[in-house]
Design a protein around this ligand. Structure first.
Ligand SMILES: O=P(O)(O)OC[C@H]1O[C@H](OP(=O)(O)OP(=O)(O)O)[C@H](O)[C@@H]1O
Ligand SMILES: Nc1ncnc2[nH]cnc12
Length: 180
């Protein structure tokens, strides 16, 4: 990704103070999505990382992760598997509980959508504490698939998510287009 593309993405992210809790600056990506040049550059850069790391399948994390992961999967010509918040998927699921920057949550996947032999790249908008990504890697491995890596638009470096995620990555790459 060029420096200009990184600057374009950075310039389109909006800071919203004190949301959803006082003291937390929320990084709103909607202005970036609304700009076709920035959105295309973003999905192209993430798709390139998926191909570079040999992914054969894309996992997107509900909800903001879906916005990026679906166009990335289409661009990279790979299948897309949704990891959803608990209680949303109709079939037999694997579940994983985890702690968020603000609260706790549980995510699920249809185990049959991930197969032994799949090399899965996880796509999300933000890596904050790393709890969501960590839980998704657990689900991928429990389904019998391999982890190709994790790629996010933004890493909130000051929250230490990279260090938390390291054991679960087990040598797989964590890619962030922008680190704040
Ligand atoms: O690294 P973490 O501390 O786990 O935080 C990052 C996660 O938090 C946000 O999702 P959120 O659960 O707020 O849901 P949303 O996508 O539905 O807004 C974001 O989209 C990531 O998935
Ligand atoms: N500070 C933050 N901004 C945007 N998304 C987030 N997800 C978790 N923390 C976040």
């Amino acid at each position: 990704m060029t420096v200009t593309t990184r600057e374009l993405l950075l310039s389109r992210i909006r800071d919203v103070a004190d949301y959803p809790i006082p003291g937390v600056t929320f990084k709103d990506i909607t202005p970036l999505l609304a700009d076709p040049e920035a959105f295309t550059a973003l999905t192209g850069a993430l798709a390139e990382l998926c191909v570079r790391h040999g992914a054969t399948k894309i996992v997107g994390l509900e909800a903001r992760g879906f916005i990026l992961a679906a166009p990335v999967a289409v661009t990279a010509k790979l299948g897309f598997v949704p990891v959803r918040k608990a209680g949303k998927l109709p079939g037999a699921t694997l579940s994983q509980a985890y702690e968020l920057e603000y609260g706790t949550a549980e995510i699920e996947v249809h185990a049959e959508d991930l197969l032994p032999g799949d090399r899965v790249m996880v796509i999300d908008d933000v890596l904050a504490t790393g709890g969501t990504a960590e839980a998704s890697l657990e689900l991928i491995r429990r389904a019998g698939a391999d982890v190709a890596g994790v790629a996010v638009l933004m890493e909130l470096g000051f929250l230490g998510g990279r260090a938390r995620l390291e054991p679960a990555l087990a040598g797989a790459p964590l890619e962030a287009l922008i680190t704040l």
